[in-house]
Ligand binder design. Structure first.
Ligand SMILES: NC(=O)C1=CN([C@@H]2O[C@H](COP(=O)(O)OP(=O)(O)OC[C@H]3O[C@@H](n4cnc5c(N)ncnc54)[C@H](O)[C@@H]3O)[C@@H](O)[C@H]2O)[C@H](O)CC1
Ligand SMILES: [K+]
Length: 506
């Protein structure tokens, strides 16, 4: 699914109006009908409703919703803020339509505003501003936002919480944004929905289909996408009757210093559970027995060093290489890592300490094979690109890193995002807070190198791997809940995730 900047949403709107064709006011009615349906599912008509409408089309939607709810037996009070005495055409039409309807108690605020009592049984509909917002709210609008936020009422925002920008909120005034319990967004999600610091404004968010032109959506350029299961299913390669383990690749995993053997066990297990034909773990001598016992299916290759990685491995015998989980950052490991990167010519996976070492040895970035996959969490990314003031700026820098070095950057988080060498960004929908636990990144590294080893391209590996990893976490959560979930559970649930994902394919 595409994610468009606010300005393109307007163009898409215009395209739909022209191509369908449909009158702009009728498109608004369609949006309002979808919104009303969702509100009716959320709260029955015993709930008193107070609507706050702004002067633009977001306000127009809100006034149309007021009328439709009134027709369906809700007690509705609607306030239209027309302080600059300028309403969008469709907003004005909906005001007039509302005035003809005696059901709704309507007030047009042109100067002084006497706020209504908002108690806890009340449902507030926030239609002050939507995708047309240009700067942080101030003055009277900020005061209304504060009033709503201070109330105990439940708040539903139309399209997006008023005051929240579609993309960049780095310099927004945070307490001038509505804190919604639910956001009913029209047709497509907005970029700011995917950033952690906006979660409290959005509440739960839901997309409502308002029938914007599919052709328009397809033809309109964007660099942001929200991955859907259908996109993932298309990537999966079938397994054939006469295949042997050689068809599914041999992954090399360089991981786990002494005391961190668990990282290599988790990654190796995940690699096998994702379907690689063979896995070799290159590990310090001291970790040999642990690895051989914990994961008998893996081959163990010893480093000369007892405690850490010190000896680069010639990569030609392997179909893909991953390096980093639990690796440590000793000087000999840093030297070996830099040499390992030079030896590798094919896309590799770089994670955890490999990234921390690269942050200190920046020159080595230039030797990373094109199409390699880096999997930083936000702190690791910041070590590579510098401090970021917001998630939007962090995304921008992750994307710059990907385009500069022609690599894939998998920035881990609630909506893990994949930035490609072409500058596209794919947000992943699967996963849950139970996965915020030690070792879950090691599992992802194992999944990614497994897919690379099986012959998936780097882009396919990122999309499929991140989705599968999140799905395995979701399946683990179904059985264990979020709190008790540990990284091994994610690895153990990879087969179940594969089954679910391939149900109609195999
Ligand atoms: N394609 C769709 O998704 C559809 C969306 N609809 C709804 O339309 C709004 C967007 O409407 P628009 O008129 O472009 O913008 P707003 O209502 O958000 O506000 C515009 C209005 O506000 C002024 N303004 C902007 N920033 C500020 C500010 N900081 N302080 C004060 N005033 C500000 C601006 O100058 C305009 O006058 C979208 O969100 C949907 O709800 C359609 O109804 C259906 C199709
Ligand atoms: K709104």
């Amino acid at each position: 699914m595409k994610i468009f900047p606010g300005i393109q949403i307007k163009q898409l709107d215009a395209y739909t109006i022209e191509q369908e064709p449909i009158a702009s006011i009728d498109l608004m009615e369609r949006a309002a009908t979808a919104l009303t349906g969702a509100i009716m599912k959320y709260r029955g008509n015993e709930t008193p409703v107070v609507v706050f409408a702004g002067p633009g089309n977001n306000g127009g939607d809100a006034l149309a919703v007021s009328r439709l709810l009134g027709e369906r037996g809700y007690r509705v009070k609607a306030y239209l803020f027309n302080t600059s005495e300028h309403l969008s055409e469709d907003c004005a039409t909906n005001r007039d339509r509302l005035l003809e309807n005696s059901n709704v108690e309507f007030t047009e605020v042109t100067s002084k505003f006497e706020p209504p009592v908002l108690d806890k049984d009340c449902l507030v509909i926030d239609g002050l501003f939507g995708s047309g917002i240009k700067k942080a709210l101030s003055g009277g609008f900020a005061a209304v936002v504060n009033y709503i936020n201070a109330s105990p009422s439940t708040v539903v925002s139309i399209d997006l919480p008023s005051g929240l920008m579609c993309e960049d909120n780095t310099y927004n005034i945070r307490n001038h944004i509505i804190r919604a319990d639910k956001t009913l967004s029209l047709q497509l999600p907005k970029l700011s929905f995917f950033f952690a610091e906006n979660a409290d404004y959005l509440g739960e968010w839901e997309l409502l289909d308002i029938g914007l032109s599919q052709k328009g959506i397809e033809e309109t350029f964007t660099t942001w996408y929200f991955t859907e299961e259908e996109d993932i299913r298309k990537l999966i390669k079938p397994r054939k009757r006469f295949d042997h383990k050689g068809n599914y690749g041999h992954a090399l995993l360089i991981a786990g210093s002494y005391g961190m053997a668990g990282a290599s066990v988790l990654a190796a297990k995940a690699c096998l559970r994702t379907g690689a034909g063979m896995v070799t773990v290159h590990a310090p001598l001291k970790n040999n027995d642990i690895l051989q016992t914990a994961i008998p299916e893996a081959i163990v290759r010893h480093d000369a060093h007892e405690f850490c990685f010190s000896m680069p491995v010639y990569p030609d015998n392997y179909t893909a290489v991953a390096i980093g989980p639990g690796l440590g950052q000793s000087e000999e490991t840093a030297t070996a890592l830099i040499e390992q990167i030079r030896l590798c010519q094919e896309p590799m996976v770089l994670d955890a300490d490999a990234l921390n070492i690269l942050a200190v040895h920046r020159n080595a970035m230039n030797s990373i094979p094109r199409g390699s996959i880096l999997t930083p969490h936000p702190k690791e990314l910041e070590r590579l690109v510098g401090k970021c003031e917001s998630s939007f700026l962090r995304l921008t820098k992750a994307r710059d890193l990907a385009t500069t070095y022609k690599i894939f950057v998998v920035l881990k988080g609630a909506y893990t995002v994949i930035a490609t060498p072409e500058g596209n960004c794919y947000f992943n929908p699967t996963g849950n807070p139970g996965m915020a636990t030690a070792g879950s990144g090691d599992v992802l590294t194992g999944v990614l190198v497994s897919l690379l080893a099986q012959g998936y391209t780097s882009e396919e590996s990122c999309k499929l791997g991140v989705y599968l990893h999140g799905m395995a976490g979701d399946m683990a959560k179904e059985k264990l809940g979020e709190r008790g979930l540990i990284a091994s559970d994610i690895a153990e649930n990879l087969p179940a995730a594969w089954i679910k994902l391939t149900q109609s394919i195999d």
